[in-house]
Design a protein around this ligand. Structure first.
Ligand code: ZN
Length: 242
């Protein structure tokens, strides 16, 4: 399976000791090492300050089975042309894992069609509940996971009603959040997962790492990704005289 991890990696990450402590070579590299270690073939690309997503070339995108997207401060720099290419490939069968602040990324909002806004606050304690224990993304997990420090994301989360709600986050400040949700668009699957603030250690938590690997496996297309579907005019299957 070919996985591509896209993450912001501008000065705000490279020169912030709190981020470097968690991700010495960027979030994209932390996740690449995780997925490679799970037997996947992973390409890491990143977005530098002001970049429009140019590292995610047509060649890389067209060879991607599952795209993993982390973004925060540079969503608006991503080119609309790239967003349309991502949407088309999802419709053809590519899976996408949107992480944490990617809830406001252009491809996520374009695929879901809603505002995707939420409430937030830094450094809260989170208890992440498994709300769909039979779902493959929750395989091998306890009934809940404790994250000592994570960014609070709270309802209302302006998303369409999910196909499946796999995780519910509860925060020490009292808020709750739909922290793991699935969708399909065309032939492609989508999973959004809330933990993963850049200065918190969530992507080093063994249960979170299990979720991320489970998610990419679940998102993998079940068949070779084909060409975009047109709207063909067709002859009737039965003889209707037309
Ligand atoms: Zn964050």
């Amino acid at each position: 399976m070919k996985v591509t991890v896209f993450s912001e990696h501008g000065k705000g990450h490279r020169e912030n000791p709190e981020v470097v402590k968690q991700h010495p070579h960027g979030i994209q590299q932390t996740l690449k090492e995780l997925f490679d270690g799970a037997g996947m073939h992973t390409t890491a690309v990143w977005q530098d300050d002001g970049d429009d997503g140019s590292m995610l070339t047509d060649e890389i995108l067209n060879g991607t089975d599952v795209l993993v997207w982390w973004g925060h401060a540079m969503h608006e720099n991503v080119s609309d042309a790239l967003v349309e290419k991502i949407v088309k490939r999802v419709q053809c069968g590519m899976g996408v894992l949107f992480l944490h602040s990617a809830h406001m990324s252009k491809p996520f909002r374009r695929l879901l069609g809603t505002g995707c806004t939420l409430k937030w606050r830094d450094n809260d304690r989170e208890r992440l509940w498994v709300s769909a224990p039979a779902h493959p993304i929750a395989a091998g997990l306890p009934e809940h996971i404790e994250l000592a420090e994570e960014e609070m994301y709270g309802e209302h989360f302006d998303i369409p009603t999910p196909d499946e709600l796999v995780f519910i986050g509860w925060f020490a400040g009292g808020e709750v959040f739909r922290s793991g949700v699935t969708y399909t668009r065309g032939k492609g699957k989508i999973f959004y997962f809330q933990p993963g603030h850049e200065s918190n250690p969530s992507y080093h938590n063994p249960d979170v790492r299990k979720i991320l690997v489970n998610a990419v496996n679940w998102l993998a297309p079940a068949f070779p990704i084909g060409a975009p579907v047109e709207c063909p005019h067709v002859a009737p299957l039965e003889n209707t005289g037309k």
